[in-house]
Every structure is written in C-alpha cells, then in structure tokens.
Design a protein around this ligand. Structure first.
Ligand code: HEC
Length: 182
C-alpha cells in the first residue's frame, strides 16, 4: 500500500500508519502563548531589568524578616543597631523625625530648642539604649516630651534607628551640650 492510497497517511510500516494530521488549534495556541510569554518574561526580567531579580526579592524579604524579628525581641543595643542597618526602618524613622522632632531638633538633627543630635556630646547618653530611653520616656521637666505613649514602641524604635544614623554627622547647629560619648 503506498502513501497516496489513503488520504492523510504518510507511511505504513508493518500495518502501522503514520498520519499527516494538522496540529489541533488548541495545541498551537498553547505553543504560541508559551513562546510569547517566554519572550516577554526574558525581555522584562533579563533585557530591561524592570522586573525585580531574585536577589532583590530575597533582600527585601530578609529585611522584612529582620524587622519582624526585631519587633518581637525586647529592645537592646544590638536590636537597635541591627535596625539601623535596615534602610526601610530608617526611612520610616526619618519621616517620623521630620514630623515629630524636627521642630525642636532641626531638619537634620542640628538642634534648635533641643540639643544637636549630630555631635558626639550627650546630656542623657548616646548609646542606643540611652537614646531609646530618652525618646521613650522623655525629659519632661526640660521640655523633651515622652514619645512611647503617643507613637508606640515600634515607631519609637525606628526613630531611634534613624537618630543613630545622625550620630557624628556633625551638622553645624547648636553648640555641643553634655558629655562626649566614649
Ligand atoms: C518640644 C520640643 C521637643 C521635641 C518635639 C522633641 N524634643 Fe528631643 N529634646 C528636647 C529638649 C529640650 C531636650 C533636652 C532635654 C534636657 O535638657 O535634658 C531634648 C533631648 C533629646 C535627646 C537627648 C539628647 C542628649 O543630648 O542626650 C534626644 C535623643 C532627643 N531629644 C530626641 C528626640 C526625638 C527623637 C524627638 C521626636 C520623636 C524629639 N526629641 C522631640 C526637645 C524636644
């Protein structure tokens, strides 16, 4: 039996017919959809770099995890220093600082009514936990409000993380007050 004997049959071997069927439309549709998706994916993530790479996604998740871990632990010098390395917390603290603190301490912490926070001199101590205590409890008699009850523990922590980044940036402003930190 030759191929032309039966329409659509290409070869016959040992009675097994190889057909020359068109691929079904649904199958072709999936093929093209996959190709187009693949091309788009490659273009978005690898050519233009618009999509976040797995490393960026990982870093964002790690930062989020560090923040969560810090918010569950009791505050300590270590957790505050760790928070200081977390740019999202520091940004949050900076925004709060500008709203709540800049009126007395200046936009850059250079001091106005309140002391300069960018020098190495401290009235109430410049160690992370000392700053945390001053900010949470205030020095009410001297005009520094207590912030923990108005802002909550988490915001106070991110503000302290931000204040730690100001330390020793030495912005010209109010003259140093207090003792130099060792
Ligand atoms: C109403 C004005 C005012 C506001 C608002 C204010 N502070 Fe103060 N702050 C002061 C004064 C005044 C002092 C100095 C207290 C003293 O003489 O003992 C001070 C002291 C401090 C100190 C201790 C500095 C040192 O030398 O030990 C820190 C830290 C501080 N403020 C952080 C903050 C932060 C953070 C905020 C915002 C959440 C803030 N302050 C908002 C007035 C203010």
């Amino acid at each position: 039996m030759s191929a032309s004997d039966k329409s659509g049959v290409l070869h016959v071997y040992d009675g097994i017919e190889e057909m020359d069927n068109h691929l079904p439309r649904w199958w072709l549709f999936i093929l093209w959809a996959t190709l187009i998706f693949g091309f788009g994916y490659w273009y978005y993530y690898h050519v233009t770099g618009m999509g976040p790479g797995s490393l960026e996604v990982y870093k964002a998740e790690a930062a989020e995890a560090a923040r969560l871990a810090a918010s569950n632990k009791p505050v300590s010098d270590d957790t505050l220093l760790a928070l200081m390395q977390d740019s999202q917390s520091v940004e949050l603290g900076k925004a709060q600082f500008q709203q709540q603190c800049a009126s007395c301490h200046g936009q850059k912490g250079e001091g106005l009514i309140g002391p300069n926070l960018t020098d190495n001199f401290w009235l109430h101590g410049g160690k992370p936990m000392a700053i945390h205590k001053t900010v949470s409890e205030g020095v009410v008699a001297k005009g520094m409000p207590a912030w923990e009850r108005t802002l909550g523990a988490e915001r106070v922590r991110s503000i302290v993380a931000y204040v730690l980044t100001l330390k020793n940036t030495n912005v010209a402003g109010k003259a140093p007050q207090g003792e130099p930190e060792q």
